[in-house]
Structure formats: structure tokens, C-alpha cells
Design a binder for this molecule. Structure first.
Ligand code: DOR
Ligand code: ZN
Length: 352
């Protein structure tokens, strides 16, 4: 088959975006316009966990773009209770998001993974309300000794806790956000039908080598879960490009932090600014680089159909167009360094 130079895809869904607040909110909303729908992640400095915050959040986002389409999440914190979750749902939140304590940005308010069982009454209510429960699955420390677990092992070691939720709640829709490594991918691929996995462009297209820039640490590729090895990227890309990718969706995890904070803090914040016009071409280029097929059916499942089914969203009614036209990703946008900054993309998005 000859080289394709143009690709039409149904308008994608971006089901995991940190829309943030204030100036960042403005910027992320603008860069998220290419998605038909997005899921806003509520891990703000003060996590979203009350009906008032949910209502305010909707207004805050709509003030930037009234026609922007999004779902809202509330965070599973220590003080989240079943009735409170129900009130948040009535106020407009459709998703219960879980970031275990100690895993990532603002996770200090999250329930500890080893205490998740104490919150099963909240998950029970999520099930009754038909909300989606989606999580950041990592175990940051050994619960018996308190000792830190090395970053590359954290995702895999969270599997028993995830497995317990799955066994306990066969009727709950359970998400595994940003799958980064082979053990979790295999686990999700063998999981029951109520379990779905999200994959980012950076976990598919970058490895831990990208976190090193001529020997020194490059904070712009630092995220959680941490980037893994090429074999992990290959496994993720193979799963995404396969025809049976029904329980995998695109979760961009666009998570900007100011360049200045990334570059000057001794413990820089984790998260990659991964807008769709960079992430989507990077995925296509990654598939090509390893010789995997560029199949519109599989890509449409991954970028839109599967999310529509899982999140009960209306079908996409238009398309995006990608053309083979090399370009260099800008070094920064408004003081934020994007994914793949200064590097070449072989594809560009047109008409979005
Ligand atoms: O790298 C990450 N950054 N992973 C997350 O789960 C959160 C995010 C953020 O909010 O910056
Ligand atoms: Zn995230």
C-alpha cells in the first residue's frame, strides 16, 4: 500500500484534560477546541468536591467559551460522602475521579490507595447514579513500611487495588487513566467489559529517555505515571491500532504548568502540556515509525466512538483533517512548553 498523505477522522473526544483556572483555563480551552467534548479533571488547588464548586466550575469554563462541550468531574477525597456525591451529580458532575494520595499534582487530598475500601460506599452511590469512576492507578509508597516505591513500578503495583474495585463492582463503569506500561495494559485488555483504559499521546510517543536532555533532567517530559520504555510505547500503539480496541479511549491528559515553575523549582510540578494538535499527529507519526497500520476504523474507535459509547455522548457530526506536512513544534505557547517542543512532526492538523 502506498503512503497516505491525508487522513480524515471523526472529531475526537478529549476525555481527560486539566482545564485549570484563570489564564491557564483560557489557554487550555482555546487549545481544546479541536475536541467535540472534553472531560475536565477537577484536581484544582482546592479540589472540586461540592455542588457549589461544580456549578461555579461550569460557569468558569463557559465564561471562556459558551459553546465548549465538556463533562465535569468531582474528586474522591477523604471527606467525599455518598449524599454529597449525589448533590454534586445533581449540580452537573458526571464523573468521580480518583487520584490516590501522593501520586500526582494536588493529590494530597486524595484517599490513600490502601484506604480505598473505606470509600466503597461512595463508589456504590456512583454506581446507583450511573456516574463513571475513573482513576489514576499508582501506588506511590509501600503501605506497610511507608517507603517510596520507584516511579517505574508504581502503576503495576496498584493493580491489586484496582482489581479489588473491579471484583466488588461488576456494574460500575471503571476507568484506568493514562495507561503507561505493559502490565497495566495487559490487565485492562483482559478485564471485564465495564472496565476501560485511557491512553495519552506522550505515553505512546515518548520514553524515559525524553526526560534526559544531554544528560540532565528535562522537567517538560516529567509526568505521572512516569514515561516508560520503548517496549511499553510499542505495546500501547499496537493496542490502539488494533481492530479490537473497543475499551481503549484517548485521554490526552493535557496538564500544563508554567515554564518558569517547571524550570526553577527544586521539585518541579509533574504534567505535560499536550494539546490535541500536537498529540494526535504525534500518535499517527509514532504508528508509522514502527510500521503499524494507519486504519481509520481503529483510529475512529480510539479517538471518538469508544468514548461516545462509554460516556454516553452524542456522536461526532464533523471531521478533522490531517495532512502529511512536516513542521516544528513551537518552543512555547504563552510561557508554557508543549509536548514535543522544538521537534519535528510529520503530520499537521488542518481544518479544525
Ligand atoms: O502528570 C500529571 N499531571 N499527571 C496527573 O495525573 C496530573 C497532572 C496535573 O494535574 O498536572
Ligand atoms: Zn491528568
Amino acid at each position: 500500500m502506498g503512503l497516505i498523505n491525508l487522513l480524515r477522522l471523526r472529531r475526537p473526544k478529549g476525555m481527560h484534560i486539566h482545564l485549570r483556572q484563570d489564564d491557564l483555563l483560557k489557554l487550555v480551552v482555546m487549545f481544546s477546541n479541536i475536541y467535540g467534548w472534553v472531560l475536565d479533571i477537577g484536581n484544582l488547588l482546592i479540589p472540586i468536591k461540592s455542588p457549589e464548586q461544580v456549578r461555579r466550575r461550569r460557569e468558569e469554563i463557559e465564561a471562556n467559551n459558551i459553546s465548549f462541550k465538556f463533562l465535569l468531574s468531582v474528586m474522591l477525597t477523604e471527606d467525599m460522602m455518598p449524599d454529597l456525591l449525589e448533590e454534586c451529580h445533581e449540580a452537573g458532575a458526571d464523573v468521580l475521579k480518583y487520584q490516590p494520595f501522593g501520586t500526582t499534582t494536588n493529590s494530597q487530598f486524595g484517599v490513600r490507595l490502601e484506604k480505598l475500601r473505606e470509600k466503597y460506599d461512595v463508589l456504590e452511590r456512583a454506581l446507583e447514579l450511573r456516574m463513571i469512576f475513573t482513576g489514576h492507578w499508582e501506588l506511590p509508597y509501600n503501605p506497610l513500611t511507608g517507603k517510596d516505591i520507584p516511579l517505574p513500578l508504581r502503576e503495576e503495583l496498584s493493580i491489586p487495588y484496582l482489581s479489588d474495585v473491579i471484583d466488588y463492582f461488576p456494574g460500575l463503569t471503571i476507568g484506568v487513566e493514562h495507561i503507561s506500561g505493559r502490565p497495566m495494559l495487559q490487565f485492562v485488555q483482559q478485564a471485564p467489559l465495564n472496565v476501560f483504559g485511557g491512553i495519552t499521546a506522550h505515553h505512546m510517543g515518548c520514553t524515559r529517555a525524553d526526560m534526559r536532555d544531554q544528560g540532565s533532567f528535562n522537567p517538560h517530559y516529567s509526568c505521572r505515571p512516569v514515561l516508560k520504555d520503548f517496549e511499553d510505547c510499542l505495546a500501547l500503539m499496537t493496542a490502539v491500532s488494533a481492530e479490537d480496541n473497543d475499551n481503549l479511549i484517548f485521554t490526552p491528559d493535557c496538564a500544563p504548568h508554567l515554564k518558569e515553575r517547571k524550570e526553577t523549582m527544586s521539585d518541579p510540578p509533574v504534567g505535560i502540556f499536550a494539546p490535541g494538535h500536537i498529540g494526535i499527529p504525534l500518535i499517527i507519526q509514532g504508528l508509522e515509525n514502527v510500521g503499524l497500520p494507519i486504519r481509520e476504523t481503529a483510529l475512529n474507535n480510539f479517538f471518538s466512538y469508544n468514548a461516545e459509547r462509554i460516556y454516553s455522548l452524542p456522536p461526532a457530526d464533523d471531521e478533522i483533517v490531517l495532512v502529511r506536512e512536516p513542521c516544528i513544534v513551537p518552543a512555547e505557547y504563552n510561557g508554557i512548553v508543549p509536548l514535543w517542543a522544538g521537534r519535528q512532526l510529520n503530520w499537521q492538523m488542518k481544518e479544525y
